[in-house]
Write a protein that binds this ligand. Structure first.
Ligand code: GTP
Ligand code: IMP
Ligand code: MG
Length: 333
């Protein structure tokens, strides 16, 4: 399908980076475009012995035939972006929209103290204060920044030209449904709307131009920072189950609970999901590690997936069985 949107179904960190890096090699999109808040995101991409931690560049950078773009709704830290373009070999194919907002030192300072840091547990990346200034119409835009001049493009125009030529476009969400400013656990949320509609608005894609919406869930729920979390497990229980994780951007331990069907159901409606991806199946069911065929999964793993499909009434098409981008079971037709 020409346009596929990938978003998080819980509180971020569902493993979107891994799913996107797989789809980017498998489906050969000519454009991978990022929506979402800003460099508060931390995607992890594992390609063989290489591990990439990405905050700004789309996770689709591994496919050298794809342009990797950042939509106008995203705020950019130019220093982080330029470093990632260089380090991850994306020069010449990484571009940003002229209307992307710019994070400056003052935003980082405002994000690193007071209520944002202490009450909300923000990432301290300057994303929230920059979005606040954008709403106040005082934020600088990418077109005002000389160091970005050779990276500036019209992202919506490029996306629509690709779709008109029937090329695949992959739209990458960041954060997760319950961190949405509108639909999440306010005030313990991020500074943007991050469900599929918000991500599409960020990049300039209207609702009738979306073909597939893949909602990514981890096989259990994690959350970093503060805010409510139903049936949260004690740290000892998390570690006993082998579910311990640490934030990509902040290094903070991630809180955890079992897979939450109520949240998942709501995420399916809020995002109009057409497909579900489940990551970390190998962590719940260790003998699924590295499997690439559904038939090879054990009975418990298959029942877990069937229960998700029966309850949520959306097909589980992609399963993560390890951190590597190719540790995937792809059940799409
Ligand atoms: P945000 O954009 O910050 O919301 O992050 P994200 O959704 O891209 O997820 P992130 O990379 O922060 O966290 C997911 C973690 O799980 C990373 O360490 C991944 O390498 C790892 N991971 C993803 N899928 C799988 C999987 O199927 N199995 C295992 N074992 N690890 C996985
Ligand atoms: P902010 O977006 O930095 O303002 O942080 C607000 C809340 O959202 C905090 O609880 C963060 O931990 C959380 N958050 C923001 N971005 C991400 C993400 O990409 N993954 C997981 N949590 C995030
Ligand atoms: Mg993350």
């Amino acid at each position: 399908m020409p346009s596929t949107v990938v978003v998080g179904g819980f509180f971020g960190d569902e493993g979107k980076g891994k799913i996107i890096s797989y789809l980017t090699m498998k489906d050969n999109p000519t454009i991978v475009v990022r929506g979402g808040a800003g460099p508060n995101a931390g995607h992890t991409v594992v390609d063989g012995d290489k591990i990439y931690k990405i905050r700004m560049l789309p996770s689709g950078f591994l496919n050298k035939n794809a342009k990797v773009l950042i939509g106008p709704g995203v705020v950019i830290n130019p220093e982080v972006l330029l470093k990632e373009i260089k380090e991850f070999g994306a020069s010449g194919r990484a571009f940003v929209d002229r209307h992307c907002g710019i994070i400056e030192e003052t935003h980082i300072q405002r994000d690193s103290c007071g209520d944002l840091k202490e009450k909300i547990g923000s990432t301290g990346s300057g994303t929230g204060p920059a979005n606040a200034d954008r709403a106040m119409r005082t934020l600088k835009l990418a077109k005002d920044i000389p160091s970005l001049s050779k990276f500036i493009v019209d992202v919506p125009h490029l996306i629509h030209s690709a779709l008109e030529s029937n090329e695949n476009v992959l739209v990458e969400g960041t954060q997760g449904t319950f961190l949405s400013l509108w639909h999440g656990t306010y005030p313990y949320v991020t500074s943007k709307e991050v469900t599929a509609s918000g991500i599409c608005a960020d990049v300039g894609l209207g609702p009738t131009n979306v073909d597939e919406v893949i909602v990514v869930f981890k096989s259990y729920v994690t959350r970093v920072g503060t805010g409510p979390m139903d049936n949260e497990l004690e740290p000892e229980d998390i570690s006993e189950r082998g579910w311990s994780e640490f934030g990509t951007v902040t290094g903070r331990p991630r809180r955890a609970s079992d897979f939450n069907f109520e949240l998942a159901k709501r995420a399916i409606s809020l995002n109009s999901a057409t497909q579900i991806a489940i990551t970390k199946l190998d962590i719940r069911f260790p003998d699924c590690a590295g499997k690439t065929l559904y038939e090879e999964l054990n009975h418990d793993a298959k029942s877990f997936i069937k229960n998700i499909e029966d309850t949520l009434k959306v097909p589980v098409t992609i399963l993560g069985t390890g951190p590597d981008k190719d540790a995937i079971i792809d059940r799409r037709k």
